[in-house]
Design a protein around this ligand. Structure first.
Ligand SMILES: Cc1cc2nc3c(=O)[nH]c(=O)nc-3n(C[C@H](O)[C@H](O)[C@H](O)COP(=O)(O)OP(=O)(O)OC[C@H]3O[C@@H](n4cnc5c(N)ncnc54)[C@H](O)[C@@H]3O)c2cc1C
Length: 379
């Protein structure tokens, strides 16, 4: 998208966020329920299909434009932004890329219109960063596969209609035997557990799911058997940069609130922003946010040029999410005890920011990847 068009798009998402998201963000967090109306609105506005081609109802936008959307939504509510990220990226990507025309008609198109919820299930109770430890198995039978196992931390699972699931097709160790399958939640043998009570992003519901002799047809295999991790790797840079874009939005929101409070709150006969210690905090926050934005934009532009850099995407995710965790922490300090009060939003930013530290690779894992890149050991 040309720069002018992207700016217009940014303005339109900003207007939506100001009118419909920010006023509801506290309510969404407090009640921790899936925001059906806002989900439908995001579908109507074309957010879920933003990057998909027109033949499936999308708008064919580039990744940089999608990052603008993720950032602006995170400015309003990280819960809502997380829901949109799952629906527009991991939840639908593999169905679009590897699904049949029937899958597109039945699953993808309604999901992009905001009429059904999609999700992606990889993590297991005993296998998070270490995908090779995955225990979920898909066994080949006549005309299809039978899946057994359990997944956890699955975003939107309690309200999802279908999911892309990672399962091993043999008992071999490692990750070369992981395949992706499309599973309809109405399939016999599939069930959803209780939502996990979470610290943050509370209206993006998360739960365990189980597969107990869950049969799926042959055409439910998304991509080649054994190519699951390679295919996930194909969108990993996007997942990481998307997470960095979310961090930029939440950071900007927290900083804006911190600046406003620093001007308004009086202590010792002056506004607290006049104390050098507060001024320095704001300077550090602004500088980190600026660097986060530049790294995110650069990594996104590389993806749009067809030159995705695993190294730079990992650095953008690591830097922007860690910066966000510091910015929201400083915001609560600037708010003094009011940063500890539920009636102020600062505590929500603080809780929500933690979510960004896990998905798409924890900071510890990313430092390992970046470090091996620096040493040239990743070749
Ligand atoms: C709100 C939320 C929503 C989520 N949604 C989804 C979803 O929709 N689908 C899905 O599949 N998953 C989802 N996840 C799961 C997420 O992807 C995992 O939590 C993440 O991959 C980390 O796995 P883990 O929590 O099992 O931690 P572990 O992998 O067990 O890590 C534990 C600790 O060990 C460290 N560690 C592990 N390996 C290494 C290493 N090689 N080097 C250095 N340190 C290491 C980690 O950094 C961490 O500090 C979600 C998580 C959250 C919190």
């Amino acid at each position: 998208m040309a720069a002018g068009e992207r700016d217009l798009f940014r303005d339109s998402v900003r207007s939506f966020v100001a009118a419909e998201v920010s006023p509801n963000a506290e309510e969404l967090d407090r009640h921790g329920v899936f925001p059906e109306d806002l989900f439908g609105r995001m579908g109507e506005l074309g957010f879920f299909g933003l990057r998909y081609p027109e033949d499936v109802g999308g708008q064919g936008a580039d990744f940089g434009t999608a990052c603008v959307m993720y950032t602006e939504l995170a400015f309003g509510s990280l819960s809502l932004a997380a829901i949109c990220a799952m629906q527009s990226l991991m939840g639908t990507h593999f169905v679009h890329r590897y699904g049949t025309l029937e899958h597109h008609e039945r699953y993808l198109l309604p999901a992009l219109r905001g009429e059904s919820v999609a999700t992606f299930a990889l993590t297991e109770p005993d296998a998070g960063s270490d995908l090779g430890a995955m225990k979920t198995r898909a066994k080949k039978v006549d005309n299809g596969w039978v899946i057994n196992g359990a997944k956890t931390w699955i975003t939107n699972a309690p309200v999802a209609s279908f999911l892309t699931v990672g399962a091993k097709t043999s008992d071999e160790a490692g990750i070369r035997n992981i395949a992706l399958f499309l599973v309809d939640v109405d399939n016999p043998g599939f069930s959803v557990g209780r939502p996990i009570e979470k610290l943050g992003v509370r209206s993006s519901l998360t739960s365990e799911v189980s597969f107990d002799d869950c049969f799926v047809r042959d055409d439910s295999l998304l991509g080649e058997e054994g190519d699951g991790v390679r295919n996930i790797g194909g969108v990993l840079a996007e997942i990481r940069v998307m997470t960095a874009a979310l961090a930029v939005g939440l950071s900007r929101r927290a900083l804006e609130d911190a600046v406003a409070y620093s001007k308004e709150r009086q202590a010792f006969g002056r506004s607290i922003g006049k104390f050098q210690s507060i001024e320095h905090k704001l300077a550090e926050m602004e500088t980190s946010l600026y660097a986060s934005s530049l790294m995110t934009d650069d990594a996104a532009a590389r993806i749009d040029r067809g030159e995705p850099s695993p190294h730079r995407s990992a650095m953008a995710k690591l830097f922007a999410t860690e910066a966000c965790a510091r910015i929201v922490d400083e915001t609560t300090r600037i708010f003094g005890s009011y940063g500890f009060a539920m009636e102020y939003a600062a505590q929500r930013y603080f809780r929500d920011a933690r979510f960004l530290l896990y998905g798409g690779g924890t900071s510890e894992l990313l430092r390992g990847i970046i470090g091996r890149g620096v040493l040239g050991e990743d070749k």
